[in-house]
Design a protein around this ligand. Structure first.
Ligand SMILES: *[C@@H]1O[C@H](CO)[C@@H](O)[C@H](O)[C@H]1NC(C)=O
Ligand SMILES: *[C@@H]1O[C@H](CO)[C@@H](O)[C@H](O)[C@H]1NC(C)=O
Ligand SMILES: *[C@@H]1O[C@H](CO)[C@@H](O)[C@H](O)[C@H]1NC(C)=O
Ligand SMILES: *[C@@H]1O[C@H](CO)[C@@H](O)[C@H](O)[C@H]1NC(C)=O
Ligand SMILES: *[C@@H]1O[C@H](CO)[C@@H](O)[C@H](O)[C@H]1NC(C)=O
Ligand SMILES: *[C@@H]1O[C@H](CO)[C@@H](O)[C@H](O)[C@H]1NC(C)=O
Ligand SMILES: *[C@@H]1O[C@H](CO)[C@@H](O)[C@H](O)[C@H]1NC(C)=O
Ligand SMILES: *[C@@H]1O[C@H](CO)[C@@H](O)[C@H](O)[C@H]1NC(C)=O
Ligand SMILES: *[C@@H]1O[C@H](CO)[C@@H](O)[C@H](O)[C@H]1NC(C)=O
Ligand SMILES: [Zn+2]
Length: 803
């Protein structure tokens, strides 16, 4: 998500209201396999009961930026290190082990000493129940309470906490109401609407509070605070107290020994989140944040997250049952994987499924981290005639981490289900060559990962190491094509596909990140047909063009394949469990639900140099962007739910690569495939080309099409191809006949003699062309005399001599 660009304009995006009916009119009732998802309970509001093994701050030593380069100077050594003894097949060896809370209804266990057998003591930073239980903050005794202060966030940021769970002493206006007090929430461009970037109190005194109802007894361990998100005003809270309650009427202030604890919140600016851990974790159901001091030239505004471990609720017998439903039944490695752990997981998948997987790299990041790709196919390592190639690219913005984990989950899932013989997965793997790039911007990811899911903020890690936004870093071919179309009166001559990369971009000193370069050459090497670019921070699927014409900040800018792109976007959006939930809360300030959660990229905000546009203009590959979740970097405990939300979408989207028409273009004489043949569909101003073996794939909605195929040195060939509503492509092969001139040139090039029949044909052809061109010249002369001073008529090409 690129909010920065929205600043350019406050215009609400323009999507015609008749778009939807236009869309369904072009796609007669295609049968989507939605049945597995429609009737699922949306579980994301149900709190999970367990102490999570991942900490909120960075839990793994990460390569520091400085020694990252040094370390990678010798990749072989790293690979060896990596194969080391600690690795296990399922890749969980590194996961931090912490005890789970005791099962429900054991809060009053007789206080055993704090040391549970399997735990290596509590982290040093948190004092473990010191001295006498002087204050009323004294804890009940279950051992996990004392030894595991690393509680997960309640989910103010992730929206797991509902708007109705927030209350406040007062608020400035609705758009700054208590429900806006969510860490990382983003305001609209203008302040003053319903969607501002914080909770702000109406009065400026020390009696203001923001309150969250955890809905159940909770062991609260800390608070994270951030200021207000606004480009117009600066507001943040500098110090605050915390109060807790079991009934929302009597409150106890969080103590520090005998004093009321005063925590430090934001310092100097509103965007960085600051964590304050309580000196003494405490049990309650409600928590209040009570500002004491704030920025001198601002007012009381804050965004927050609360850390707390949910405890069993004796009043709710159904709780245990409902908690079992949340999460995921798929036993995948649900946690955040940094570079090393990602590599380890990919290796484990490769070892588990060596026959259908292959790991390769397409290049390196600025600091030398490799861009790993997992290939999944029944014949990994090679293109098979007629088999379409698919890719998922995640992590182009390093801090938008959901896509990375989903792609890692997906490779584990496919491997496992293939071995299990799941027919849907077996079909997918045997008919498709799948490429998964989990991390396009590993440098950015490591930066965000170091801070962790709660403390990375909104933007840290988005950019490349050189501070480049990779989604603006591809060559802008849109304007080249549009300019050419405007200038060229002869529309047939203007290329509508395979637009070459301009010279300025290929220069040594062009400001292009190594990651972008690597992805471009990957796109040029493999005949990809379909792709999705996985982002985060919103819930919407966008489709090209991303770049508007004439630099409009926002404008619907459709491609020639608009209806198919809308289909693709709809396939993902309508199967995603959160997007498809009509009751969902909007993420930040924009309501995409009214557009069925899909939008043209340009209609949202213009992005020149996006990967989607480049893919469509420079290669055959259709690509959409998926904004996967409101929260760019959710806590690890949210990952099973994210997988469940996206599992069907990820699969059904890949299956769309098997639509439209496909076939092989061959030479009539030799029967060999013809590479680079142009496949032109009548009335669709975007051609595609055949791959090296002559095979091609043309994604199309159901309908009847007139298709013309043409290649250098061949006569064009036309046929009609019907695309049905079933989820499989129509086979449409083409046989091309060489032109006599081409045959002659080939024979002469080999030093051979022309056969008699070819000589006669060429002579006849030459005479015909001569007559035709003379006629054309005469006609044009006549025309230009008539319309003097209008347009320059193109001179006919001179005939080259025969010998
Ligand atoms: C398209 O969908 C709209 C709304 O769902 C419906 O009113 C309209 O009749 C549909 N059009 C066609 C051609 O199916
Ligand atoms: C759509 O799918 C369902 C079940 O998946 C099947 O029963 C039905 O016949 C299908 N409809 C069409 C038109 O293919
Ligand atoms: C959809 O339902 C049908 C029958 O109810 C079942 O055979 C099919 O496997 C289901 N599809 C998916 C994708 O779950
Ligand atoms: C979900 O399925 C159950 C039974 O399988 C049915 O009673 C219920 O109405 C369904 N809910 C929806 C929203 O389709
Ligand atoms: C993963 O490994 C751990 C420890 O080696 C083991 O306890 C666990 O059962 C394994 N899980 C799976 C799914 O293989
Ligand atoms: C809430 O109740 C629990 C036990 O039920 C108790 O340990 C805790 O101190 C109470 N918290 C407050 C703030 O009163
Ligand atoms: C708690 O008290 C200690 C000692 O006076 C002080 O250093 C620390 O900053 C206090 N912490 C909070 C959160 O009030
Ligand atoms: C204080 O805030 C006001 C408006 O919020 C602003 O106009 C003014 O420049 C600020 N003063 C300083 C010294 O930042
Ligand atoms: C199109 O015309 C404009 C103005 O006449 C010119 O600046 C531009 O270079 C031309 N573009 C191409 C691709 O010919
Ligand atoms: Zn993004």
């Amino acid at each position: 998500m690129a909010k920065i660009l929205c600043i350019l304009s406050a215009i609400v995006f323009v999507v015609k209201t008749d778009d939807v009916s236009e869309f369904n009119a072009t796609i007669p009732a295609v049968n989507m396999t939605l049945n597995s998802t429609v009737n699922r309970t949306i579980a994301f509001k149900t709190p999970v009961f367990s102490l999570f093994s991942t900490t909120t701050t960075a839990n793994k030593p990460v390569l520091g930026k400085k020694n990252m380069r040094k370390k990678n100077a010798d990749d072989k050594r790293i690979d060896q290190d990596e194969d080391g003894k600690h690795e296990t097949k399922n890749g969980t060896a590194d996961a931090k082990k912490e005890p789970d809370c005791p099962p429900a209804s054991t809060p009053s266990s007789p206080g055993p000493p704090a040391s549970t057998p399997s735990t290596p003591g509590p982290p040093a930073s948190i004092p473990s129940s010191p001295g006498p239980p002087a204050s009323m903050m004294a804890l009940p005794d279950p051992p996990c309470v004392v030894t595991s202060p690393d509680c997960p966030p309640l989910g103010l940021k992730s929206l797991r906490v509902d708007d109705s769970q927030f209350q406040a002493s007062s608020y400035l206006r609705m758009g700054l109401g208590p429900h806006r007090a969510r860490l990382n929430i983003q305001s609209g461009i203008e302040d003053g609407d319903m969607y501002d970037g914080a909770w702000c109190a109406k009065y400026e005194d020390q009696h203001q509070w923001l309150q969250v109802d955890a809905l159940r007894p909770t062991l609260f361990t800390g608070v994270i605070l951030q200021g207000r998100n606004s480009i117009w005003s600066w507001d943040w809270v500098e110090t605050y107290k915390v109060q807790l309650s079991n009934d929302s009427e009597t409150w106890k202030t969080c103590m520090n020994g005998t004093e009321e604890a005063v925590f430090v919140g934001s310092r100097n600016e509103p965007e960085t989140p600051y964590l304050a851990l309580f000196p003494q974790p405490a049990v309650a159901r409600w928590i209040r944040i009570n500002p004491q001091t704030w920025y001198w030239n601002g007012t009381i505004c804050l965004r927050a997250e609360v850390l707390g471990c949910p405890l069993p609720d004796p009043d709710n017998v159904w709780q245990h049952f409902s908690e079992k439903l949340s999460g995921s039944k798929d036993n995948l490695d649900f946690r955040h994987h940094n570079y090393k752990e990602m590599r380890k997981l990919m290796k484990a998948v490769n070892e588990e499924c060596p026959r259908i997987t292959r790991i390769y790299t397409i290049g390196k990041s600025y600091t030398g981290l490799k861009l790993y790709v997992m290939e999944i196919s029944d014949n990994p390592g090679k293109h098979e005639l007629g088999e379409p190639e698919f890719r998922y690219v995640a992590g182009m913005h390093g801090n938008e981490v959901v896509g990375r984990e989903l792609v890692l989950n997906l490779m584990q899932y496919i491997c496992r289900e293939f071995r299990r013989g799941n027919p849907r997965i077996v079909r997918l793997v045997t008919t498709t060559r799948i490429h998964l790039l989990p991390s396009m911007n590993p440098d950015g990811y490591e930066t965000a990962f170091e801070k962790g899911s709660e403390l990375a903020g909104w933007a840290l890690g988005r950019y490349s190491y050189e501070w480049v936004d990779m989604n603006h870093n591809f060559p802008d071919l849109n304007n080249i094509m549009w300019d050419a179309k405007e200038n060229d009166t002869d529309m047939v001559k203007t290329a509508n596909h395979y637009i070459p990369i301009p010279e300025y971009y290929t220069k040594e000193d062009a400001f292009v990140t190594p990651e972008t370069r690597a992805v471009i050459s990957w796109m040029q090497d493999i005949p990809f047909v379909l792709s999705a670019n996985l982002h985060g921070g919103e819930l919407v699927v966008t489709y090209p063009f991303d770049c508007t014409r004439d630099w409009a900040p926002q404008e619907n800018t459709p491609t020639a394949d608009d209806s198919f792109f809308r289909w693709l976007a709809t396939v993902y959006a309508s199967t995603n469990l959160v997007m498809a939930n009509p009751d969902r809360r909007i993420c930040h300030s924009e309501d995409f639900q009214q557009h069925n959660n899909i939008i043209n990229g340009g209609a949202w905000h213009t992005v020149p140099g996006s990967m989607n546009d480049f893919s469509y203009m420079h290669t055959n590959c259709f690509e959409v962007t998926v904004e996967l979740s409101c929260d760019k970097f959710p806590h690890a405990s949210e990952l099973p739910t994210e997988w469940e939300n996206n599992k069907e979408s990820l699969l059904v989207y890949m299956e769309q690569v098997h639509r439209g028409i496909k076939g092989v273009v061959r030479d009539k004489m030799t029967k060999k495939g013809i590479a680079d043949a142009i496949v032109k569909v009548e009335d669709l101003d975007h051609d595609i080309r055949s791959a090296a073996d002559g095979d091609y794939w043309r994604l199309l909605n159901p309908g009847e099409y007139k298709v013309t195929v043409w290649a250098e040195g061949y006569f064009p060939s036309m046929r009609r191809c019907n695309v049905g509503t079933e989820a499989r492509p129509t086979i449409c092969d083409f046989i091309l006949i060489k032109t006599p001139r081409q045959r002659m040139n080939e024979i002469l090039a080999k030093g051979g003699r022309l056969p008699q029949d070819l000589q006669l044909k060429l002579r006849a052809l030459r005479l015909r062309k001569l007559r035709a061109s003379t006629k054309a010249i005469n006609q044009r002369r006549k025309h230009s005399r008539k319309a003097r001073g209008t347009r320059f008529a193109r001179a006919p090409r001179p005939l080259t001599p025969l010998a």
